[in-house]
Design a protein around this ligand. Structure first.
Ligand SMILES: Cc1ncc(C[n+]2csc(CCOP(=O)(O)OP(=O)(O)O)c2C)c(N)n1
Ligand SMILES: [Mg+2]
Length: 570
């Protein structure tokens, strides 16, 4: 068995069904092994960066390994963005890339990345962007190395791993002498019963004293599938719950206890509930910049912070937790629910206002084009029960996070902490390969689509249909807003777009240009019905301002804070 045949066999052993990559001499053996695989589908993207995003999309909501591959040197370097996403957003992803012939190391051969002879050091670069990167220097170690890497990808907080396969080991006549089946046995991160008992005592005492408990759920809770356990908790103890943008829908946003999104561009109802809370139970939430109003000083002052996260490293990172549980969110919430059996809700109910009114408010809109907030509301109304919505990086994301109203059977993911444009525009194609039977909608900015929308051809070629809704405002809106706020002028943020509908049709997909909400609704409904790859080029107004402010008091509050800072007031 050749080295790449062995690697693909290993992927089959652990249940991988698709691998995304780019062509190249060093990747040639991988491409052939994939062509011959009965269960792993090879998808060659137009650009390797998209392949790395697709691997992330593949792993996003499944507990499956995302796989991307590329040739040595330039192809491999195009994988970094996706690996950075997998690192920051905790996706189990394996990248396999070529490496120049080890026998020629130091001579500056084509694609050499040994760090010698004026070549970049890809071992250092991949090591810096993954949990672990290995250069396979002995073919008899292939099974051991691959198994160890895959385990590392899943262990604890999931993340990316990388394998360098040197050219001299990838020749057709070089064989793995000792191949064996790869096994995947990853122990779940179970919570320490002592810590669960401690948190139980704190919560019971707080509820008995009539203290207000708020749950704040993040993507970790979604990834772990902790929705049912969270719902049991909030309903039993009648505690309101807020979410981060990525935690949206963990329990239905139609639920009377839902107070909405807690973060920049979040809901006032969530902020007010937070202000009133005595105890905040954070579940699967890393308390990062946009979920803490730029790490607002004293955010948890006067409150008891209970932090539940899969990794010890996240606890006390930005805010000192009073109590913590390290564990998988589902297992930890189940353990907490069991330990809380018999506990009673607070005698003084925490009557927080739900997010319902803010999400469904009527938006005043006077110009001819589509109001992006109204479009987000329309998507909420038309979205099938099992749909998945991804947003990309930009102002469009803030409209979606605020106005998309999700049921607990639906999913929403924003561009994550690394936050590359086009990460989800193309990651969605990988997600489609992993989840073939749920509608997938990407709400992307036109800047994002311009950056990498040519992967539409990959989606068409491989039959991986997604609906792309382009928020077409012919500008980098988020950057424009930042410039105006910070520099009081803007520059180089506007651009021209092609006729995306015509482009989509030229690629073999469906394409529609819409300029009114009615036309959007018709196009969106038709795309959901057709199941075909579809680009909806939605011409949105530039005049609507997204609900975005790093101040929890909202846009006006932020202006007041800035003015106070300027004149030196407390
Ligand atoms: C690869 C990459 N380059 C640059 C950025 C910085 N960036 C974040 S949002 C944004 C604007 C995106 O424009 P568009 O897709 O049109 O979205 P809009 O803000 O207009 O909704 C830019 C340039 C980034 N996140 N990723
Ligand atoms: Mg734009």
């Amino acid at each position: 068995m050749r080295v790449y045949e062995a690697i693909v066999q290993g992927l089959e052993d652990v249940g991988v069904t698709a691998a995304f990559g780019g062509a190249g001499e060093n990747a040639a053996g991988m491409m052939i092994a994939l062509k011959n695989s009965a269960s792993v589908r090879g998808v060659i993207s137009r650009h390797e960066q998209a392949a790395s995003f697709m691997a992330c999309g593949y792993a996003m909501y499944t507990n499956k390994l995302g796989v991307c591959f590329a040739t040595a040197g330039p192809g491999a370097f195009n994988l970094f963005s996706g690996l950075a996403v997998a690192l920051s957003d905790s996706y189990p992803v394996l990248a396999v890339s070529g490496f120049a012939n080890l026998d020629w190391r130091g001579k500056g051969s084509l694609n050499e990345t040994s760090g010698l002879a004026r070549t970049p050091d890809s071992q250092a670069m991949f090591a810096a962007t993954t949990k672990k990167s290995v250069l396979l220097d002995d073919i008899s170690k292939t099974a051991d190395v691959l198994e160890d890497l895959i385990h590392t990808a899943f262990e604890g907080r999931p993340g990316p791993v990388h394998l360098h396969v040197p050219e001299n080991l990838a020749h057709p006549d070089v064989k793995v002498p000792n191949w064996r089946k790869i096994g995947l046995k990853v122990a779940p991160v179970t919570p320490d019963p002592k810590r669960v008992a401690e948190v139980t005592d704190v919560l019971k005492a707080a509820l008995a004293k009539g203290k207000k408990v708020l749950v704040l759920a993040g993507f970790g809770a979604i990834r772990a599938g902790a929705g049912p356990e969270l719902k049991t908790f909030v309903e039993r103890f009648q505690t309101p719950f807020a979410t981060t943008q990525d935690g949206k829908g963990i329990v239905s946003e139609h639920h009377p206890l839902a107070v909405g999104v807690f973060c920049d561009s979040g809901h006032a109802s969530a902020w007010k509930a937070f202000l009133a809370a005595d105890v905040v139970l954070c579940v699967g939430n890393a308390l990062n910049q946009h979920a803490t109003f730029n790490y607002k000083a004293g955010l948890f002052d006067g409150k008891t912070l209970i932090h539940l996260n899969i990794a010890e490293g996240e606890i006390d990172k930005a805010y000192k937790a009073d109590y913590a549980i390290v564990g998988d969110a589902k297992l930890s919430m189940a353990a907490l629910n069991a330990a809380m059996a018999g506990a009673k809700p607070s005698p003084a109910p925490f009557a927080a206002k739900s997010c319902d009114e803010e999400m469904t408010q009527h938006l005043v809109h006077l110009t001819g084009k589509i109001h992006p907030g109204q479009m987000a509301q329309a998507i909420s109304r038309l979205l099938p029960k099992d749909a998945i919505v991804l947003a990309d990086a930009g102002a469009h994301l803030t409209w979606m996070a605020y106005y998309l109203r999700l049921d607990e059977t639906q999913l929403f993911r924003k561009a994550g902490e690394f936050g590359p444009m086009a990460g989800h525009t193309n990651g969605a194609i990988g997600l489609r390969a992993a989840i073939p039977d749920r509608p997938i909608v990407v709400c992307c900015g036109d800047g994002c689509y311009n950056l990498a929308g040519f992967e539409l051809m990959t989606a068409v070629q491989y039959g991986l249909p997604v609906i792309w809704v382009i928020f077409d405002d012919a500008e980098f809106k988020l950057i424009k807003l930042f410039q105006l706020e910070t520099f009081h002028e803007s520059g180089l943020v506007e651009f021209t777009n092609p006729d995306w509908a015509a482009y989509a049709k030229a690629c073999g997909a469906d394409g529609v240009r819409v300029e009114s909400l009615n036309d959007f609704e018709a196009a969106f409904s038709a795309a959901l019905k057709s199941g075909r790859p579809t680009v909806i080029d939605a011409h949105i107004t530039r005049l609507a301002l997204p609900h975005y402010a790093p101040s929890p008091e909202g846009i006006i509050g932020e202006i007041v804070e800035k003015l106070k800072e300027r004149v030196g007031l407390e």
